[in-house]
Each structure stands twice: as structure tokens, then as C-alpha cells.
Ligand binder design. Structure first.
Ligand code: AMP
Ligand code: MG
Length: 535
């Protein structure tokens, strides 16, 4: 296809910019760092980059947006997805928001290194905002450069697609391009800045509005802009909640509580740790957003966090995510209060979070165990005991759950054999005490007894479990290997991992090596077990 035809093709993307078209904008231009008042966003153009080159793209997202496969491989696609070329209809801008970081109010933050290009109507007629992460400075960049490095861009690109295919609500990623520019980062914050390859991910979501977008106006007492934003969000994203009175803000909070609970339950199901659950990283749509120092549990340890910045307090550790989400929702409730004027309805909506979380968690755990529900006390006991067992010795979460479906449920198996498939998940089987190994067999036996009682056909059970317990997740070390190669200019593993994570629940016989315990070298390596916010 000729270059011009591709440009024409991309020009056919239909932009309908509701956000910038409906909300108040900052009337100062340019990217000089500043406090922005009374405005939801600032218009700003992406910076020019030296040599944009496409590394990878998600064909499903391209298809959703109506971008043909040929168009993707033309240079003009990389030009657009690096910000070097703006298409007609685009309205590039950065959003104004604030946030609570690690429990403290941080004031104005905003899109410091994300520049949205505008909203495209996708093939279903729905709005999808395109946003370039790492496209240069904005009024919200404060003292930073607005850029992103290849390693963090690879992590965001692969992980957000992995999450989507795992069935977790998330922002998507259309493309990953390298810029040809160097970006200096002190990766470990230890006084050792190094030039690294720059990159840009084009993220896609119906909306990138965060809890912090509401908090900033509430904190400034700017109730007018707060109301304008809340009305816009309800109208455009939650039209079923629209009403002429303040009920809609309460209904909004209630639904955000529900969606956030669902999202966190998914994280617990698959072993995902977000790492930086600040309120500026909480999506109003209940999407997983802002992939920074996130990580996946290899061994099941609810106290684990990958984020070195949080190593002391461990506020954002795996097992704390449900209560942190609740705290964040409380901040959203506070921000909406001026529009409601009454505490009780907001408190009631907030309570809905815990209720919905419990219900959703219990449904999820039952599915992981291949049970219809946890209503029977014997089944809720199984759910409790499995979490204790997983912590009794170093046990790989993904492999344990996946192997549970292979435990023999018939009455004939020897008690000391029953849990054998589960032992595949134990990191050091040889170091297990007799009691520890007996605990695995006892659990497996108890589980098999319940399965026999319930008499669920094996096919049905296995299908349910295998659709709930993924076989492949984007383990920290896997992303790191892809990064190591990418930094040498080899993007083969990125392509292979993208392929892998597209079908996380299917057996992929040629990819069996990714269904194994974390290798020993990855236990302590930076990028695998510890990540800083530097990106
Ligand atoms: P994060 O912890 O990545 O969610 O970022 C917190 C805030 O810092 C957000 O307002 C970001 O836009 C901003 N930020 C992070 N990295 C950069 C950067 N390299 N340049 C400008 N702003 C940044
Ligand atoms: Mg953020």
C-alpha cells in the first residue's frame, strides 16, 4: 500500500472529541509547568521525536479502532503513534487532576507525561480516547521530562494486553514505538543516572478520568468545575444513571464502588499487585490503569509488593489492595460531597463496596475451587484453608491453582498421593517437612470429598476451573527477559509473549516453558522482584 493511501486511511479515523469539546480548558498555551485553575485540561502538542519505529502492536485494538493491518506497518502509523504527526480531527491535550499519594494529599498532579490525542469512534460506535504515554512535557510535568523509557513501556504494553485477555477490566494498548531518543533515568534512585532508549505506548480507553480528577476541584473549593466534570462523566460514561437531581452523584459513587470491587477481585484471582494505588491511579470506570512498578505473585505471599518506594510501609501489598481501594473510594466520596450536601447517602453507597466485594470474592473463590458456591460452611472452610496452605511453604500461586483441576477426585486414590499435582507448585519440595507435605494431601483429600459429595461432572468442573485459573501470566521475570532483549534491539520475545498472553487459559504446548516455577536467578533480580517508580 502506498504511503499516501495509508495516510488517507488513518485520516478516516472518526474523531469525536467529547472531553475537550464539553469541558472547560486552560487558556494558557504551551507546556510551561503551572497550576491550572478552573479547567479540566490543557491543550498541548506532543514533542517531536528523532526516529519513530514500531516495535509491536495489538491487532485486536487496531481492529476495534478500524485500523487495517497494512496501515499499521506503514511508517506513517509510527509517526502518528509517536506524536510526530497529528491527524485531522485530533485535539491533543493533558488532563488536570490531583491525588492522594501513599495516603497524603499531593495537590495538582495531572498528565505529566501522557498526551491524549482525542476520541475515536470505534467499529461499534463507542468512544475510545487515544493517549500517548511519554510524548513530552505538559503543564503538569512539574520538574520532570514527560518522557518514558523502553523498559517501562514494554511492561505497560504487554501487561495491559495480558490483563485484557485474562478478563480483567483495563486500559488497552494499541502500539509500542521506540522514539530514537535517549532518556536519562536513575533507575534505582542511587545516584547513577544512565541514558536509556525512549519509547511511547499508545493507550486506549473510553475515558482516562481518575478519582483525582474530582479531588482536585473539591480541594480547591471549585464546585462549579467539579459539577461540570461530574455531569459530563455521568452523561458520557454512565448515561443510565442520569437524573436531574443530586441522586446521580450518589449513584455514580455506588457504581464506581461496584466496578472497583470487581476489578480488585480479579487482581486477587490472578495474583496481580498494582504497586501504586494512589487515587490519581484509580480509574472512574474501574479499569486497571497506569502500569508502573506492578508485579505478579510467583509464590503466594499476600505481603509482597514489587514497589521499592513502598518497601517499608507496604501500603500497596497484594493483600492490602481491597482495603486500599475502599480508602480511595472514601476520597472520591469526599470529593463528591459538595455536590450531594448530605453524608448518609454517600456512606451508604460506600458500604456497597464491602458488600459487593464480599459477594464477588466468594463467587471468584468458589470458581477457583471448582465449586458452585461457598454457601456450605465446608466449602468456605476449604477456601480459607487453601490460603493458609499456600503460605505454609513457598508455593507458586498460578501453578497451584491450575494443577488443582488435575487432582484425582475418585475415592480410590491413596491419601499420600492425592495432592501430588499440587506439589508441582512447591518451590523446594525436598525441604518440606512430613507435616507440610501431609497438609497438601489433606487439603486435596478434603477438596476431593466435597467434589464427590457435590457430584459436579468432571468436564464441567475442569472447564470452570480452567477458565478461572490461568495457565500463563506475565511473570515479572518474563517481562524482564523481553526488556533485556529489546534493549539490544531484539523484539522477538515481546512478540512471543504477546502471543502467549492472548490465550492465558488455553494449553499452549509449544509454550510449556512459560508454565514453570520462577527461575532461581529471578528471585532477587531488579526488574523481577523489585521495581522502582523510575520509568
Ligand atoms: P505515576 O506514579 O506514574 O502515576 O505518576 C505520578 C505523577 O507524576 C503523574 O502526574 C505523572 O504524570 C507524573 N510523572 C511521572 N513521571 C513523569 C515524567 N517522566 N515526566 C513528567 N511527569 C511525570
Ligand atoms: Mg499515574
Amino acid at each position: 500500500m502506498s504511503h499516501n493511501r495509508v495516510v488517507t486511511l488513518l485520516q478516516k479515523l472518526r474523531f469525536d472529541n467529547r472531553f475537550t469539546g464539553s469541558l472547560p480548558s486552560d487558556d494558557v498555551g504551551g507546556s510551561v509547568p503551572r497550576q491550572v485553575n478552573g479547567a479540566c485540561f490543557s491543550r498541548v502538542a506532543p514533542a517531536n521525536v528523532a526516529n519513530p519505529a514500531l516495535v509491536s502492536h495489538s491487532s485486536e485494538v487496531a481492529e476495534l479502532l478500524g485500523i487495517s493491518p497494512e496501515a499499521v506497518y506503514d511508517q506513517s502509523f509510527a509517526d502518528v503513534m509517536s506524536g510526530n504527526r497529528l491527524l485531522e480531527g485530533m485535539d491533543s491535550h493533558a488532563m488536570c487532576y490531583g491525588g492522594h499519594q501513599f495516603g497524603n494529599w499531593a495537590g495538582q498532579l495531572g498528565d505529566g507525561r501522557a498526551i491524549a490525542l482525542g476520541e475515536v469512534l470505534d467499529v461499534n460506535g463507542d468512544h475510545q480516547m487515544l493517549q500517548l504515554k511519554g510524548a513530552g512535557p505538559t503543564p503538569y510535568s512539574r520538574s520532570a521530562d514527560g518522557l518514558a523509557v523502553l523498559r517501562s513501556s514494554v511492561r505497560e504494553f504487554l501487561c495491559s494486553e495480558a490483563m485484557h485477555h485474562l478478563g480483567v477490566p483495563t486500559t488497552r494498548a494499541l502500539s509500542l514505538v521506540t522514539t530514537g531518543d535517549k532518556v536519562v533515568r536513575d533507575m534505582l534512585y542511587n545516584g547513577n543516572p544512565q541514558p536509556e532508549p525512549g519509547a511511547i505506548v499508545c493507550r486506549v480507553a473510553p475515558s482516562f478520568v481518575r478519582f483525582g480528577n474530582f479531588e482536585i476541584f473539591a480541594s480547591r473549593g471549585d464546585h462549579e468545575t467539579l459539577r461540570t466534570l461530574a455531569d459530563f462523566v455521568v452523561e458520557s460514561e454512565f448515561p443510565h444513571l442520569n437524573s436531574p437531581n443530586a441522586d446521580k452523584y450518589v449513584a455514580l459513587l455506588r457504581e464506581v464502588c461496584e466496578r472497583t470491587a470487581e476489578m480488585v477481585v480479579h487482581w486477587l484471582r490472578i495474583g496481580f499487585v498494582h504497586g501504586v494505588m494512589n487515587t490519581d491511579n484509580m480509574s472512574i470506570l474501574g479499569l486497571t490503569i497506569d502500569y508502573g512498578p506492578y508485579g505478579w505473585l510467583d509464590n503466594y505471599d499476600p505481603h509482597w509488593t514489587p514497589n521499592t518506594t513502598d518497601a517499608q510501609q507496604r501500603r500497596y501489598r497484594f493483600g492490602n489492595q481491597p482495603s486500599v481501594a475502599h480508602w480511595n473510594l472514601l476520597q472520591l466520596a469526599n470529593a463528591l460531597y459538595p455536590l450531594v450536601g448530605e453524608v448518609e447517602p454517600l456512606e451508604e453507597a460506600l458500604e456497597h463496596y464491602s458488600q459487593h466485594f464480599e459477594k464477588s470474592w466468594s463467587t471468584m473463590m468458589a470458581a477457583k475451587l471448582g465449586l458452585p458456591s461457598l454457601a456450605d460452611p465446608r466449602d468456605s472452610e476449604l477456601a480459607e484453608s487453601v490460603l493458609t496452605l499456600l503460605q505454609s511453604v513457598e508455593t507458586d500461586m498460578t501453578i497451584f491453582w491450575r494443577e488443582l483441576a488435575n487432582v484425582d477426585c475418585s475415592g480410590s486414590s491413596e491419601l499420600l498421593e492425592r495432592g501430588s499435582p499440587l506439589l508441582r507448585a512447591v518451590y523446594n519440595v525436598n525441604a518440606m517437612t512430613v507435616e507440610q507435605s501431609k497438609a497438601f494431601h489433606d487439603f486435596a483429600d478434603g477438596w476431593a470429598i466435597r467434589q464427590r459429595d457435590l457430584n459436579v461432572p468432571i468436564g464441567e468442573r475442569t472447564t470452570l476451573m480452567n477458565q478461572t485459573n490461568p495457565k500463563y501470566v506475565l511473570r515479572n521475570y518474563m517481562a524482564q527477559l523481553a526488556i533485556d532483549e529489546a534493549e539490544q534491539g531484539d523484539f522477538g520475545l515481546i512478540a512471543e509473549l504477546l502471543e502467549l498472553v492472548r490465550s492465558p487459559y488455553a494449553d499452549q504446548p509449544d509454550k510449556e516453558r512459560f508454565y514453570s516455577l520462577r527461575p532461581e536467578w529471578a528471585r532477587t533480580r531488579v526488574g523481577c522482584s523489585q521495581l522502582s517508580c523510575s520509568s
